[in-house]
Design a protein around this ligand. Structure first.
Ligand SMILES: Nc1ncnc2c1ncn2[C@@H]1O[C@H](COP(=O)(O)OP(=O)(O)OP(=O)(O)O)[C@@H](O)[C@H]1O
Ligand SMILES: [Mg+2]
Length: 273
């Protein structure tokens, strides 16, 4: 018996209506993630990466957004046919997301620990004391030094990298099967970026959490992902395992994206030489 993939997206189309007509933000894409797999979705700004992630969780929010077609099979069941209530249950428990610009999503007026406890109690039937223990576990899982003291910090008392770790802790606190991480490292400096990517790799290895990594950076894909889908204007123009796509990109757009990464690297080398 062959195992179903954890997530199998087919023919997904997400449209926004505006006074200027319809924006086909996601225009018929197919991809899958195996259990415990790591897929990178890479593409330039506006290519439809975030809308893809938000579509999976049906979190598009705005009234002008429609999922116009396709299937999103998660554990073999189509998320697009689930009730709102069933989706609420899946969000955070089975699939969670670290949103783009997540670092600014922590509430500045509440201690980090209280925010973690709130999220944990929203999804799990546990008492306050157990939720606190789980919050501590989550902080330790994401390697925040001095975790128990940090629980009583306010967000502004943490560094950018630590805040991002807290966001990842929030997303992982309910033990999801799939983590959608939307540009989780973009606002961080290079060293911290690398640490966060390594943390995600460890989480994947240790907990078996599958990851959908959204990024515009092929360096991140190379470091973390096993498979990659390259998006351009709402479509996937190329996909496959990372080594193959990086070594022998077939699509001209992928070649261009990779070319600019390589050019940038050689310029950096020249400047720093
Ligand atoms: N609420 C919305 N209403 C109308 N159009 C939208 C909305 N959200 C996104 N879009 C459009 O959908 C397209 C894809 O947007 P998306 O946010 O997925 O891009 P992205 O690949 O995540 O870009 P970035 O790398 O800048 O985050 C863009 O053309 C964007 O303008
Ligand atoms: Mg985005």
């Amino acid at each position: 018996m062959t195992k179903d993939p954890l997530l199998k997206v087919t023919g997904l189309r997400t449209h926004f209506s505006s006074e200027h007509g319809t924006v086909k933000a996601v225009d018929g894409i197919d991809f899958e993630i195996e259990r415990g797999g790591i897929l990178g979705v890479v593409g330039e700004s506006g290519s439809g990466k975030s809308v893809t992630g938000l579509s999976i969780l049906r979190l598009l929010g705005s009234r002008n957004a429609t999922i116009a077609g396709g299937q999103i099979l998660f554990h073999g069941e189509d998320l697009l046919t689930k009730s709102d209530r069933a989706m609420r249950d899946i969000r955070g428990k089975k699939i969670s997301m670290v949103f783009q610009n997540a670092m600014t999503a922590l509430d500045p007026y509440f201690r980090v620990g209280d925010q973690l406890v709130e999220v944990i109690r929203l999804h799990q039937r546990v008492g306050k004391r157990d939720a606190k223990l789980k919050a501590l576990e989550a902080m330790e899982l994401v390697r925040i030094p001095d975790a128990s003291r940090r629980l009583s910090s306010y967000p502004h008392q943490l560094s950018g990298g630590q805040r991002q770790r807290v966001m990842i802790a929030l997303a992982l606190s309910c033990g999801p099967d799939l983590l959608i991480a939307d540009e989780p490292t973009t606002a961080l400096d290079a060293t911290v970026q690398k640490q966060i990517i390594d943390l995600l790799a460890e989480v994947n290895r240790e907990l078996g959490t599958a990851i959908l990594m959204i990024t515009h950076d092929f360096g991140v894909v190379a470091r973390l992902c096993r498979t990659v889908a390259v998006m351009y204007a709402g479509k996937i123009v190329e996909s496959g395992d990372v080594a193959t796509v990086l070594e022998k990109p077939q699509d001209p757009y992928t070649q261009k994206l990779l070319g600019s990464v390589l050019r940038l690297r050689s310029e950096v080398r020249r400047v720093s030489a």
